[in-house]
Write a protein that binds this ligand. Structure first.
Ligand code: G4P
Length: 534
């Protein structure tokens, strides 16, 4: 593992095998933005620090609804960044950092093959890290762990590893180890490559390399205080004695996570993480679809839409569908088939999201993310293929936990509202439910922040101010069963049934007790909380 030859070997691989499509998951403030930026720097994709933030700000000025994001200091949107290093193409998908956006996050994580979990060295596992980790675990996504901010006062590395390992029930193995932490931070031990990386001046970049055979060789290392280096060697020896060695199969199955200690701010350990991502990170994995598994090496193109973002540029009312390619070699101008619409669609202006700008795509392979500008033809969960009706699994809708009736401040705008809600539903911002016996639509969300985003966007982007009204329903369930039985149920429960945007029947329950009773009284029906799309 982790040898220097990977870059030359990579050149001979098929194109898709050189892709690494991953996301960074973390609790807000752990350092995701800083790490993203430093990964881009380490890859040479950008030359100056401050780029990722600057980009964020530009986006914010372009799109007013991001004021919410600014006010609350969180990221409610996600984007893609592609960069290259040593012949490996990295596609980094940004996940929204707030728990309210679990659906959006879930979908983004469905499009990656690996994740980097960033942990603040002073805080260990925080609530959001844990939630995101659980989503990764559902799909057994291999996880790299980056313990960030070792240049600050931190928990002891062994105690930290112990906490992470026991909290997440995950095996860990260190690949880099800190030489001192906080004010004592002097550098890193790069275990895999058997070298110490040191700063030549206090707080400076780690430019000095000292090779070693065993960590004990580093005892009394010149230029580092005896206490600091000896303590680092001692704790590392202890850790290596009790922790499992790196094992590729166990990592790829999601059971074992390689741990990199570092400081994104000081660019310490970032290049090592990037090297690890390229070296042992998985290339595009086969994807399960209904009826068969789609292999990345297949000749014909297939992919799925995991995100739709409307109005990225308010001047152009554009709408971009983000497609994760799963097989084949995509070429610009290709016609792709959308089984839901039963239509071919010519992909004339696909976009790539390079670190610095968007660019038109001429070719793309499995693992790549392309943006397809469209006028509402593509929805989250849609499949695109060269003709075959494929339905990828794992992009479900979740039954909303918060329901609100949408009331118009200006009744003349009913048509605009309908269009705007349809757009927002296609983007996956909210679910729109039409009650059978009431013309006012109900919106359903998983977290309340989505309601704020919805009303802000409707007003700013569509000029449709709305109000919310509480409803007497606590939860929604899709009704599944034989058609006649479903119709009988809907007839008997007119005031608490509805249709979703695909006309699928929905039961709106006034309490958990009422829902339980319906389940009991209608044994031929199922009331489901998760609906696969497509
Ligand atoms: P996020 O995207 O996960 O929310 O975190 P972000 O990168 O924005 O980092 C949160 C804060 O932590 C920032 O400080 C950032 O500079 C700091 N930080 C990130 N990595 C490191 C690190 O390795 N060491 C240290 N010491 N600090 C780090 P801020 O004061 O909130 O923002 P700023 O004023 O520095 O931009």
């Amino acid at each position: 593992m982790l040898d220097e030859t990977h870059s030359t070997a990579a050149v001979a691989l098929p194109d898709f095998a050189r892709r690494r499509t991953f996301a960074i998951i973390s609790h807000p403030d752990a350092g995701k933005t800083t790490l993203t930026e430093k990964l881009l720097l380490a890859s040479g994709a950008i030359r100056m620090a401050g780029h990722v933030k600057a980009r964020g700000e530009r986006r914010r000025t372009r799109s007013d609804w991001m004021e919410i994001e600014q006010q609350r200091g969180i990221s409610v949107t996600s984007s893609v960044m592609t960069f290259e290093r040593d012949g490996i193409v990295f596609n980094l998908l940004d996940t929204p950092g707030h728990s309210d956006f679990s659906e959006d996050t879930y979908r983004t994580l469905s499009a990656v093959d690996a994740a980097v979990m960033v942990i603040d060295a002073a805080k260990g596992i925080e609530s959001q890290t844990r939630k995101l980790f659980e989503v990764c675990r559902l799909r057994d996504i291999p996880i790299f762990t980056f313990v960030n901010k070792v240049d600050r006062e931190s928990l002891d590395p062994i105690a930290l590893m112990d906490e992470v390992s026991s909290t997440l029930a995950l095996d860990l193995t260190p690949l880099t180890w800190p030489i001192g932490m906080g004010v004592d931070f002097r550098g890193l031990i790069d275990i895999a490559n058997k070298r110490a990386l040191l700063a030549t001046e206090r707080g400076g970049p780690l430019v000095r390399e000292v090779p070693f055979e065993t960590p004990e060789d580093l005892i009394d290392l010149e230029g580092v205080e005896e206490r600091i280096i000896n303590e680092a060697v001692e704790s590392l020896t202890l850790a290596l004695g009790v922790l499992p060695p790196f094992e590729l199969a166990s990592f790829r199955e999601g059971h074992l996570s390689p741990v990199y200690f570092g400081s994104a701010l000081k660019e310490a350990g970032v290049a090592e993480l990037l090297f690890g991502l390229g070296d042992v990170g998985p290339s595009p994995l086969p994807r399960s679809a209904r009826g068969r598994t789609v292999e990345p090496a297949e000749d014909l193109v297939s992919g799925f839409v995991f995100k739709v973002q409307a109005n990225m540029d308010p001047n152009h009312r554009d709408r971009v569908a983000f497609v994760r390619l799963c097989s084949g070699r995509f070429k610009r101008g290709m016609k792709l088939f959308n089984p839901r619409e039963k239509r071919q669609m010519a992909i004339a202006n696909p976009i790539f999201f390079f670190a610095q700008e968007r660019e038109t795509v001429d070719e793309a392979v499995a693992g790549d993310i392309i943006g397809i500008p469209n006028h509402g033809m593509l929805r989250v969960g849609d499949t695109l293929s060269e003709g075959e009706t494929i339905r990828f699994e794992g992009l479900p809708d979740f039954a909303p936990e918060i329901l609100r009736r949408v009331l118009l401040s200006d009744p003349m705008k009913a048509k605009q509202l309908q269009k705007a809600l349809q757009d927002m539903a296609e983007e996956g911002v909210v679910q729109v439910i039409k009650p059978v016996s009431d013309p006012a639509p109900i919106v359903g969300v998983v977290g309340t922040l989505q309601l704020d985003v919805l009303s802000a966007r409707l007003e700013k982007e569509y000029g449709v101010p709305i109000r919310y009204e509480a409803v007497s329903f606590v939860t929604a369930r899709w009704i599944v069963g034989e058609r006649t039985e479903v119709e009988r149920f809907m007839e008997a429960n007119r005031s608490s049934t509805a249709r979703d945007r695909d006309e699928a029947p929905v039961y709106l329950a006034r309490s958990q007790w009422v829902l339980d009773r319906a389940i009991e009284e209608w044994p031929k029906l199922k009331f489901v909380a998760v609906k696969e799309r497509g």
